[in-house]
Design a protein around this ligand. Structure first.
Ligand code: ATP
Ligand code: MG
Length: 721
């Protein structure tokens, strides 16, 4: 392979970035301009042309999938195996460091990773033991608080409550939670990062080892780094290390999880000698798609500001479909994909994007009905499915009896007559004695601490597990998983569940056996038993909002998890006020801008064709909602769009004529937007909008029988239904 091959398909600015010899490099550029490509080619350049060992490079990507793709791309570029090359997410890399240096990090060798759901359960348990009222102190909120503190590098004893009762209370739970995790050697996602930061900052030898080792550190999606990640990068900076950060402030979409796009500015200050390269040519999208995305993002105040251009043809106009409801939306989406496939195009070229996971259900139903293959990324990833987590809990317990989260999950699953009362007794004992639930159960059985029925069930459960352990000894991983699933009774249990659901669950359990068969541990993990590597793999994977590889299938995912990806055909659904932008973000300018960036991310995923769909009525979370089209729709110049159907009540034109979108209660009336009302002459309808107030208030009603009408609220005598 020739070094000059690395330059093939790079433009001048990209080439400059790839070969930059300045102390540090920041590539600041819009979507689809080749930032990720620059990282891959720069690594190739560093190895091939400058003869750096892959061992001395560290590349941070946003997802595991991106890391695998990156590695593959580099290997094919230089025709060399990159075995010793560290390329992964912040979490993945932190995990690696903690596994290697568990002792220095004051962990047990077999420490367990808590995914978000496990963490929630543990926090719930802590709250319960502290006697906190769940209604006043919801575990979800406490979980959010703890994670935010960790993202900001604060331990419980570093929180500053001042006179704030709320924070004081949260901190108490945080402290208890911290102690429990310490006792049981549990590590949540935030902890992976914070603990690594502390490990390195308190261990000079270790720190200088890694500072010397990593000559080049390259970070993709830099705009979405949070405080602890930034600190970690900064800490790793040695005398000779050189950093490459690539990012786009317009694509910072994880502010709600503590990401700070301001880290971009900070970088140029903290890493002196930084060369800034801007890329302005977009290689991904048609001119139309790019123009539309640019016009939307222009509405944000706080941005560094950049324009993208493309050499690509103008392309198709953006389709806007005004659906009647979510079923109609799903039918349109699937129909569009089917005609795409009828033209000989592949299904995996298509992606359906949505703001919240719950929206996938209606889409899935239609896709299933049509018998099309699909893959959901995000919320319902394979390792997040309940049946998989149950099976994994058995496997975790076999590996280590101290795993309380796993113990709680399966102690009565399949049901074996061990109720919450018994579990409470066990928990209490464990807390008193400061040991695991398993040990507590052993002692309670020995010392007659339980009713005889509970004792019987519990000791049977425990004995079964012990037997299982003996049976699987010396079996290969696949057989271990297979055997465990069979013997746990989970298959029988799910078989009894009604219909499709039970069947899918059984299928998924079977899939877990194949997953175990295919599993290959990371190269550097030779010391860790394969069962443990598999457990960690499942936990890390479940925590990631990203995709797995699949042969040609429609891809469904949230807008958040679409970051960094590209598809020839993209359909963005639920383009409605209160859904997108999200209801909670509308009042906050900063959050509204983050929603707009999310919109920009979504639109710029499309290469050839973009469709935007909004529904007049939507059943979501068990409630009927009526929302006007998203304000982002108005930010797209009409000449770039084509309306597919205007039969619906809220046509784009009527919507535009109305100006500002309003929501919620209509002042000085007893009417509410979205409410169903009845009119003497026109019959039943739904309130879509209003103008003015008091005696001058006018409301817009979409009547079932005819079209939309504006009526004086004071004369119309609308009665709520
Ligand atoms: P995002 O902001 O969405 O992460 P990005 O800036 O990382 O985008 P890439 O994913 O690296 O952009 O590149 C976008 C697309 O353009 C890819 O398909 C890539 O292969 C292609 N591309 C980038 N640069 C060139 C080039 N010089 N010649 C041809 N194709 C290119
Ligand atoms: Mg990228």
């Amino acid at each position: 392979m020739d070094v000059s091959d690395i330059f093939d398909n790079l433009n001048e600015a990209q080439r400059q970035a790839v070969t930059s010899e300045s102390a540090h490099l920041l590539v600041l550029a819009g979507a689809g301009s080749g930032k990720t490509r620059v990282i891959a080619h720069r690594v190739a350049w560093l190895v091939k042309a400058l003869k750096n060992s892959p061992h001395s490079l560290l590349t941070v990507t946003f997802t595991n999938k991106a890391a695998n793709e990156m590695k593959g791309r580099i290997e094919s570029l230089i025709g060399q195996d990159m075995a010793d090359f560290w390329c992964g997410t912040f979490h993945g890399i932190a995990h690696r460091l903690l596994r290697r240096h568990w002792k220095e990090a004051s962990l047990r060798k077999e420490f367990a990773i808590l995914d978000s759901e496990d963490q929630y359960r543990v926090i719930k348990r802590v709250c319960k033991s502290m006697g906190l009222d769940e209604t006043k102190w919801p575990a979800k909120q406490i979980q959010w608080y703890i994670n935010k503190e960790k993202d900001e590098c604060r331990r419980a004893n570093q929180s500053e409550a001042g006179n704030d009762y709320f924070i004081e209370q949260m901190t108490k739970v945080y402290l208890e939670y911290e102690q429990l995790c310490e006792r049981e050697s549990l590590v949540d996602f935030g902890e992976l990062l914070l603990r690594t930061l502390i490990l390195l900052s308190t261990n000079q030898d270790l720190l200088s080892h890694y500072q010397k080792r990593f000559k080049h550190i390259l970070v993709d999606e830099f705009q979405d780094t949070n405080e602890v990640q930034y600190q970690l990068l900064f800490l790793l900076k040695g005398k000779e290390s050189s950093y490459t950060a690539v990012g786009d402030d317009d694509q910072s979409i994880y502010g709600w999880r503590g990401a700070k796009s301001d880290n971009i500015n900070r970088f140029t200050q903290d890493f002196s000698g930084t060369d800034i390269v801007r890329l302005e040519q977009n290689y991904r999208s048609t001119q139309t798609i790019l123009d539309a995305a640019n016009s939307v993002i222009k509405n944000n105040q706080s941005r560094m500001g950049k324009e993208l251009w493309t050499n690509q043809k103008e392309g198709e106009k953006i389709s806007i479909y005004s659906a009647y409801n979510e079923d109609d939306e799903a039918r349109y989406v699937v129909g569009t994909i089917q005609s795409w496939a009828d033209q000989g195009r592949a299904l995996d070229e298509t992606a359906i994007l949505y703001r919240s996971n719950a929206q996938s259900r209606a889409l899935e139903e239609v896709i299933l009905r049509e018998g099309l293959p699909y893959r959901i990324y995000g919320g319902q990833r394979f390792y997040e499915r309940v049946e998989i987590k149950n099976a994994m809990a058995y496997i975790r317990l076999i590996y280590g009896r101290e795993d309380d989260a796993a113990f709680e999950r399966v102690i009565n699953l399949p049901p074996r007559g061990i109720g919450t009362k018994t579990l409470d007794v066990i928990r209490k004992k464990a807390k008193e004695e400061n040991y695991s639930l398993w040990k507590a159960s052993c002692d309670l059985i020995k010392n007659d601490g339980l009713t005889s029925r509970a004792r019987g069930s519990l000791s049977r459960f425990m004995k079964d597990l012990e037997n299982l352990q003996t049976e699987i000894e010396n079996l290969e991983l696949k057989k271990v998983v297979d055997h465990t699933i069979q013997r746990s009774g989970l298959i029988e249990y799910h078989k009894k569940e009604a219909g499709e659901k039970g069947r899918t669950r059984v299928e998924n359990l079977a899939e877990l056996v194949s997953a175990a068969g295919d599993f290959e541990p990371e190269l550097e993990d030779e010391e860790t038993p394969i069962l443990k590597s598999f457990i960690d793999h499942a936990a890390l994977d479940a925590g990631e909002e990203q995709a797995e590889e699949h042969e040609s299938a429609i891809q469904l995912m949230t807008l958040h998890s679409a970051k960094g990806l590209e598809f020839p055909l993209v359909l963005i659904t639920g383009f409605e006020e209160n859904l997108f932008p999200h209801r909670l973000s509308i009042a906050e300018p900063g959050q509204l801008e983050e929603e707009r960036r999310l919109c920009y991310v979504g639109m710029t995923r499309a290469m050839e064709k973009l469709c935007i769909i909004h529904a007049e009525m939507r059943n979501l979370h068990g409630m009927e909602t009526f929302n006007p089209p998203s304000r982002f729709l108005r930010e797209i110049p009409p000449e770039l769009t084509v309306e597919i159907r205007t039969g619906g009540a809220v046509s784009r034109k009527s919507f535009e004529a109305k100006g500002i979108i309003v929501q919620g209660e209509i002042p000085e009336t007893d009417l509410v937007l979205g409410q169903r009302v009845v009119h003497e002459v026109f019959g039943e309808g739904v309130i879509l909008n209003y103008e003015g107030h008091g005696a001058n208030a006018r409301v817009e009603v979409n009547f079932d029988s005819s079209e939309t009408k504006w009526l004086m609220a004071s004369y119309a005598k609308l009665r709520p239904i």
